[in-house]
Design a protein around this ligand. Structure first.
Ligand code: FAD
Length: 318
């Protein structure tokens, strides 16, 4: 089922969902199942699976010298979506990126998804690779996510890259896109960023999932401004519980988000990361209780590994 249909069917009740990251290649999918299993009691109607950019790694050669290679360390998004969909009977949402993929490769990924009965995709630009200062588009790929949304939407009309195919069986995906309550790090202003978000919705996006935020006011104001701009699709809040002290520097640096002073002080007062994890859980419980009371359609959690903290939050809120 499509995300928008799940939301409609819930008739105002807030749903629970989460995002997982594929294991590094060479590891076992069982790790993922072990993290998903405890969360299934909260009946997620859908689970997102991220896609990772390729990155530079260094491999030691036989002569002892290091050789630089470009590789994708966490491949397997569509395969994982298919496996989880079958094992848990849940909708899965592969993330599809501009960066690292040509338009042709994207078309093949989308056709695979269609054959596997996947009805939703999340369309994203992707970040710069670690060694790059700015995002550089892949040759033959899209530059911005709104173009990718356009390609995905075209498929439902039978418009493939090189031909128009007259048939009844075209992929008609429900498309999610990213939104940034505190603006995307490259955008000169929130207003400009919202205009770009509107372009994604105008290109055919059906819903928005936000970047993580720790101050609900930022989300409420973002939703208000988006509505004023004519963005009338569901805006799903993305929630990440702080888990380690290092997050105080890492999250603002990587995602260009602010952390509330009260949260910073509580984390700083912790003697170890076990205590930090508890502070993160308690903060997220307060945050999500308020969001649920405000009637958000879905609470979407970034799990990134061990899910025990998300389970504790869900137990307190659902
Ligand atoms: P875009 O919407 O293309 O925006 C990128 C920047 O360009 C913004 O500053 C925007 O304002 C500007 N812009 C947009 N359109 C135009 C235009 N037409 N002309 C000029 N400027 C424009 N990354 C991954 O690598 N894998 C994932 O699985 C993944 N999942 C994510 C899930 C969520 C919910 C979120 C919020 C982010 C995720 N990301 C993921 C990170 C995302 O790829 C980065 O934040 C990326 O830098 C921007 O992606 P976007 O789709 O928002 O890009």
């Amino acid at each position: 089922m499509k995300v928008t249909e799940h939301i409609e069917k819930a008739k105002g009740k807030t749903l629970f969902s989460f995002e997982i990251v594929p294991p590094q290649k060479g590891k076992n999918i069982q790790e993922l199942y072990d993290n998903i299993d405890p969360l299934m009691e909260f009946n997620p109607p859908f689970i997102d699976v991220t896609t990772s950019r390729e990155e530079h790694i260094y491999i030691k050669r036989d002569d002892g010298l290091l050789e630089r290679k470009i590789t994708r360390m966490r491949p397997g998004t569509v395969g994982i979506c298919a496996a989880i969909k079958q094992k848990y009977d849940v909708d899965t949402i592969p993330h599809v990126l501009c960066g690292g993929f040509t338009k042709e490769e994207t078309e093949y990924v989308l056709v695979d998804c269609h054959y596997l009965g996947i009805e939703n995709v999340m369309a994203l630009r992707g970040d710069a690779m670690k060694h790059q200062r700015y995002f550089e588009p892949t040759k033959g790929g899209h530059i911005y996510a709104n173009e990718l949304v356009g390609q995905i939407r075209d498929l439902s009309k039978g418009k493939y890259l090189n031909e128009v195919i007259d048939s009844e069986n075209h992929p008609d995906f429900c498309i999610g896109v990213a939104g940034y309550p505190e603006k995307h790090l490259e955008s000169p202003s929130l207003e400009t960023d919202l205009k770009k978000l509107k372009a994604k919705v105008d290109a055919g996006a059906d819903y928005v999932v936000t970047q993580m935020f720790f101050n609900n006011q930022a989300y409420f104001e973002f939703v208000e401004k988006a509505k004023e701009m004519g963005i009338n699709v569901p805006i799903i809040p993305g929630i990440k519980p702080i888990a380690v002290k290092k997050h105080l520097q890492l999250l603002p640096h990587v995602f260009s988000i602010d952390l509330p002073q009260a949260l910073i002080e509580s984390v700083e007062a912790c003697k170890n990361n076990k205590e930090v994890r508890q502070v993160g859980i308690e903060w997220a419980i307060e945050q999500t209780k308020e969001l649920k009371a405000a009637g958000v359609p879905v609470l979407h959690f970034y799990s990134m590994g061990k899910s025990s903290n998300i389970k504790q939050i869900a137990e307190a809120v659902f």
